[in-house]
Every structure is written in structure tokens, then in C-alpha cells.
Design a protein around this ligand. Sequence first.
Ligand code: C2E
Ligand code: CA
Ligand code: CA
Length: 264
Amino acid sequence: MKEQIKRKDNLESELRESIRLENDKIYLEYQPIYDLNKNKVVAFEALARMQSSQYGRVAPDEFIQIAEEKHLIISLSRLILKKAAKFSADLEKAGFGEVKISVNMSGLDIIQEDFTNKVIEIINNAGIKAENIKIEITESVLLNNFEIINSKLAKLKEAGITTALDDFGTGYSSFYRLTELNIDLIKIDKYFINKITKGTENNIVAAAIIDLSHSLGLTVVAEGVETESQRDYLIEKKCDYIQGYLFSRPLPEKEAVSLLKSAD
Ligand code: C2E
Ligand code: CA
Ligand code: CA
């Protein structure tokens, strides 16, 4: 108990410091998102990492939650978006200007009055195109603030930023309001991808989400794809994009660029 509180306190001050100094204790890794039709990497998801001086590598689930509890998330998310936008600018310089970067935002971020303006400001400062940034929000954030968040999503879309609904199908279900929602992309949660096994009926949910999304004109990403049989099934069901260890783990910047170069 005591140890846990101490760890939280220490991580909080480390987070505060690295937000203030914008140092590399918080850095990003990039997991490729692979287009099954074009057979190439079309995007990366930016995943936040923390290298604590006291505890070594800390999982994002832990430090993001601390940031949310301690009211640091808004500044942390801005720092993360800034780093992602900088990487996007680097990709463009390296000749990969068509590859997009997807950034996770917390519900607390998106309900801020100036959210859209801040996002646009960071994108402009980095000198990149708005179309090169995607914003991911989890389905669960819609639970309490559907109307507000939906209007923010509309603003992002107006500005040319792609929006994605993450962890789709878990917890609170926005299934019945999907037609109203201002999103471009659905990410099927890995829970349903895990269930894909040959010759069983467990595949049904993933297949249904793909069909439903397509009938609404949305692009579908399958997350957590780990096996070839899952991939083959997703190809058969006309899923658009896949992301998962089968194709690649999240990579440091340099390796992400090398991956693009090697496929070129
Ligand atoms: P998420 O947004 O659902 O991200 C996908 C997670 O699945 C990542 O975990 C990724 O490393 C992992 N993953 C990718 N492929 C596979 C696979 O084939 N199998 C399995 N088992 N896992 C796979 P990670 O990096 O530990 O991130 C965990 C969560 O932390 C993220 O889930 C997201 O909710 C949150 N997170 C990460 N970075 C950020 C950030 O910059 N901002 C915010 N607000 N949240 C973040
Ligand atoms: Ca995500
Ligand atoms: Ca997810």
C-alpha cells in the first residue's frame, strides 16, 4: 500500500518534470498499420513510453492513468502530439509524406474547450498537413459526453484530421449511435481478434463489425493481430487494415523509418 502510494508520487513528479523540460523520459514508439489491399504500411500508431529514472520502463496504462488522476494529462497529451507531429514532419522529409500518424487522446483532452484549436496549432507549428494526423479516442469516453465529444470530432474532421474510434466493441457500446458519430475509422478491439480461430463461431463479432462499418462507409482496422490464420480470416472478410505483433511490434523512430525504406 505504502509502496504503491510512493511509486505513484514519484512517477507523478517525474511526469511533471518531463512535461516541463520536454525531455526524452517520455518518448514514442510507432506500430505500423498495414493496408491489406495496397500491401503496404499506410500509418503508424504512436504509443507513449516512459523511461523512469527510478523504476525503468513504466507501462502506458500506468502512467497515463496517473497523468489523468493528477491533472497532468492535458499537458502530457500535448507533448505527445508535438512529438508525433515532429515525427510526421521527419517522415515527410524522408519521402514518406503519405504515411499517417495516429495519436491516442484521452476523454479529458477532447472535452477541453480549446481542444481542436490546440491540435491545429501543434500541427501548424510542425509544418505538417492536418490529413497526416489521426486522433484515436476510445469508445468508452462516449459514455458520459456523447454530444460534446461528437461535436469535437466534427470539428476535427472539418479541419481535415482523421478520427478513429478505438477499442470498438468493448464496454459501453456506441453500436446503436454509430450512424451519428463523426468518425472515419473503427478499430476492432483485440479481444475479438483473439477469438478468431478456424472453424468456430467465435469469429462472428469481428465479421459483423467489419460489415457494419463498411455499410456506414467507415474504414476498419483490426488490432492485436498475432497469427496468420487471423490475418487470412480478416483478408477474407475484407478488413481494410491490420495492426499487431504478426506484422510488427511498436518500433523506435529509426526502426520505423527503416521499415518504410526496406519496403520501398
Ligand atoms: P491501445 O490504444 O489500444 O494500443 C494498442 C496496445 O496494444 C498497445 O499497448 C500495443 O503495444 C498493443 N499491441 C499491439 N499489437 C499487439 C498484439 O498483436 N498483441 C497484443 N497482445 N498487444 C498488441 P501499449 O503500448 O502498452 O499501450 C496500452 C494502452 O495505453 C493503449 O492501448 C492506450 O490506451 C494507452 N496509450 C498508449 N499511448 C498513449 C498515449 O500517447 N496517449 C494516451 N492517452 N493513451 C496511450
Ligand atoms: Ca489506440
Ligand atoms: Ca485499442
